[in-house]
Every structure is written in structure tokens, then in C-alpha cells.
Write a protein that binds this ligand. Structure first.
Ligand SMILES: Cc1ncc(COP(=O)(O)O)c(C=O)c1O
Length: 385
């Protein structure tokens, strides 16, 4: 079989290898501790489910405009204004089948053969693959734990070439929970504007943020960076709606129009029923989110203090999302070996750091029950001391 060059460029997902092995073990009756989850452990709130059921009852089950139904776009415009100090109009918003789909679409319309796309590591697994699929060249900036996994604009400048087209930002980040401050983002914005580089700002973990950290949207600083930025968000993480597949973007009218074109010839609109559910999520009070973040915070502290008591493991307190990026260098095992060892010997599923472009770390998700965290830490302590 001769596959397209695009398909050949895509690597198999390392995260999938571990998670499918964990699923098999679980199916065979093993008591697997799941520290690999990439989604909130809670069920979708009742009022959101009700909105979807109502949509079905009322026959809201047909095509909507490809870029999303007007009522949902209106709620997104209001959300951007309220939470992010961003003004978008109707033709600047495109609703897609998850933030992943929004990101994929944007990459397809912005990135050309040979274009360079700067991605800070550790990065979310799909970014480099999306760039490669679009024919672009991922350019990875490695960041260090001692700098809270952040890059500086001095480093960024060194990676910019005549071919640089896009910078991907993800704050709060998956996997390290890194949150860039407003000042840091302002400096990044200045460099992006000077070099005329698009910024794709993935803000999907915006609401899952701790202590006195504050989320800022880079597009909100001034009109120059606003024009260059595509702001990505969605309902998956904040409202525990990963299966509903609703993500969205705000961008310049030109970019949004191109994404709309692409989407109208591929998926068309995201599910009409899910759009009603997303509308309910975005327009109801945020009690659910606040409560979930409070619960995550307790788990975050429990997990970090537990991991720091295991020989060979060390972990800084993450500032956002629901993952710890745990340093395992002292174990002298590479991240794939340690992930396999934890699964084979302890029945604990974690994601190896190499999947995020950073060796000597594992991603430990604390999106699970207290008992699961206690039991996982107990098993780790037993093996490593
Ligand atoms: C950083 C980041 N961006 C985007 C996504 C995709 O989210 P969605 O479920 O809305 O496609 C994820 C999901 O894991 C993520 O971690």
C-alpha cells in the first residue's frame, strides 16, 4: 500500500501505546491505577445534559451553519469578552468538533510546505504531528524545570528564522501545568509582532488554574497581536465535556473564513445537540468549574507531596491543568522504560515524558479519586522506597 506523504509523516501516538496496554490489563481484571487520564474525572453536569436532551426532544437535530449555530457563537463572543477581554464578531468565530479539531483546521489553513512552527517543549503530543501533516517543520524549544518549563523571549529570538510562520502557546499547559504571566506574554507578543509571526494560543485549560496565578489571553494586549493571534478554547476540560466534541476559535475574519471553508468541506458543523449542551455550559453560572478546581487543587497537593516522598522522583507544584510533570532522572530509567515498568510491575498507568518531547519525566494525572491517588503512591513507595 502506498500512503500519502502526509500520512507517512504522522507518528503513532506514544500515549496510545501505554493507555491501550493499561486498558487491556484492566479488562483482564487487574486493579490498574489510572494516572494517565487526560480528562476530568467528573461526569458532565446535569443541566448541560438536560440541554442536550431538550435539543433532541425539540428536533434540534439537523445541520447548523458549518461554523456553528448563531446562539452558540453569541455565547462564545460574550465569553471571550467577559473572561478574556477580547472583542470578536460573529464572522471571527468558528465552532469545531473539539479544540483539537480547531487546532488542526488552523494549522491546515496557515501552515504551508516548509514553514517553520515554533513549539515549546514539553508540548501537547498533537502539535508537532499537526504541523507535519500540514507539511510544516516543527521547531522545538526545550524548556527547563528550573525555569518552570518556560522559554524567554531571548531564546525565542534565537529560534526565529525567515521561515518561521507560527508560534504555538499553551498556557496553562499540558503536561507541565505551566502558566505564563501577563508580563511574560506581553514580551512574547512584542517579538511575534516584530517578526510578523502568527500565534496559536491554546487556552483550553484556562479555568483550571491554582493559587494566585491568573490566566491572560495574549490577543487582548493590543491590535497588532490581536490580528496575528488565533485564540483556541473549548468546553472539554472546564465543563467535563470531552466526549461532546465542542471546541472553538476566535481569529481575524480572514483566518476564520478560511477555517470555515475547510470545515464546510470536511466535517460541516459540529453536532447540533452538543452545540446546545455547550451553550448551556457557557451561559450558566460557574459553580461547577469552581468546585471542580477546588477538588483538583486538593488532589494536586496530595499527588505532589506524595511523589516528592518517592525515591528518585521529584516534582514542582504545577500552576494549572490537572497533571504533574514529574522528574524521574534519578531512577536512571528513560521515560518509556519507567512508564512500562510502572504498568508491568505496579499496574500504574502514566505517560512517558518523551511523548511530550522531554526525556527524564513522566506525566502523572491527578484527575482521579483520592483512594486511587493514595493507592498509587503506596505502590510507588513500595517499589522505589
Ligand atoms: C493542550 C490541549 N489542547 C487541546 C486539547 C483538545 O481538547 P478537545 O477535547 O477540546 O479536542 C487537549 C486535550 O487533551 C489538550 O490537552
Amino acid at each position: 500500500m502506498k500512503f500519502s506523504k502526509r500520512a507517512q509523516a504522522i507518528k503513532a501516538s506514544l500515549t496510545l501505546a501505554i493507555t491501550s496496554k493499561a486498558k487491556k490489563l484492566k479488562a483482564s481484571g487487574e486493579n490498574v491505577i489510572n494516572f494517565a487520564a487526560g480528562e476530568p474525572y467528573l461526569d458532565t453536569p446535569e443541566h448541560i445534559k438536560e440541554a442536550a436532551i431538550e435539543a433532541i426532544r425539540q428536533g434540534f437535530t439537523k445541520y447548523t451553519p458549518a461554523a456553528g449555530a448563531p446562539f452558540l457563537k453569541k455565547a462564545i463572543i460574550e465569553k471571550f469578552k467577559k473572561d478574556n477581554n477580547l472583542e470578536y464578531n460573529n464572522s471571527q468565530i468558528v465552532v469545531s468538533c473539539g479544540a483539537k479539531h480547531s487546532l488542526f483546521n488552523v494549522m491546515e489553513v496557515l501552515c504551508d510546505e516548509g514553514d517553520e512552527v515554533i513549539i515549546p517543549a514539553p508540548y501537547w503530543v498533537s502539535y508537532p504531528e499537526m504541523v507535519r501533516f500540514a507539511g510544516g517543520q516543527p521547531v522545538i524549544i526545550k524548556t527547563l524545570e528550573k525555569n518552570k518549563f518556560k522559554f524567554t523571549t531571548d531564546t525565542l529570538e534565537k529560534y526565529i528564522t525567515a521561515k518561521t510562520k507560527i508560534l504555538i502557546l499553551n498556557s496553562p499547559s499540558n503536561p507541565a501545568g505551566t502558566v505564563y504571566t501577563k508580563d511574560e506574554l506581553r514580551k512574547i507578543a512584542k517579538v511575534a509582532v516584530e517578526h510578523n509571526i502568527y500565534v496559536i494560543s491554546d487556552e483550553i485549560y484556562e479555568k483550571i488554574i491554582y493559587d494566585n496565578n491568573r490566566h491572560a489571553s495574549i490577543a487582548s494586549f493590543d491590535k497588532d497581536i490581536y490580528k496575528l493571534t488565533v485564540t483556541i478554547n473549548g468546553v472539554s476540560k472546564a465543563y467535563s465535556m470531552t466526549g461532546w466534541r465542542i471546541g472553538y476559535l476566535g481569529a481575524s475574519e480572514e483566518v476564520a473564513a478560511k477555517v470555515n471553508n475547510l470545515q464546510s468541506h470536511s466535517t460541516s458543523n459540529p453536532s447540533s445537540i452538543s452545540q446546545k449542551a455547550a451553550w448551556a455550559a457557557l451561559t450558566s453560572d460557574e459553580r461547577f468549574v469552581r468546585e471542580m478546581v477546588r477538588e483538583f487543587d486538593i488532589r494536586r497537593k496530595k499527588m505532589v507531596s506524595g511523589l516528592n516522598r518517592i525515591n528518585g522522583f521529584s516534582c514542582d507544584m504545577p500552576q494549572g491543568s490537572f497533571y504533574c510533570f514529574c522528574n524521574t532522572k534519578e531512577t536512571r530509567l528513560n521515560s518509556m522504560d519507567i512508564a512500562n515498568k510502572l504498568l508491568d510491575e505496579l499496574k500504574i498507568a502514566v505517560i512517558p515524558g518523551i511523548a511530550f518531547g522531554q526525556e527524564n519525566y513522566i506525566r502523572v494525572s491527578y484527575s482521579c479519586g483520592y483512594e486511587e491517588i493514595d493507592e498509587g503512591l503506596r505502590r510507588l513507595k513500595e517499589l522505589f522506597g
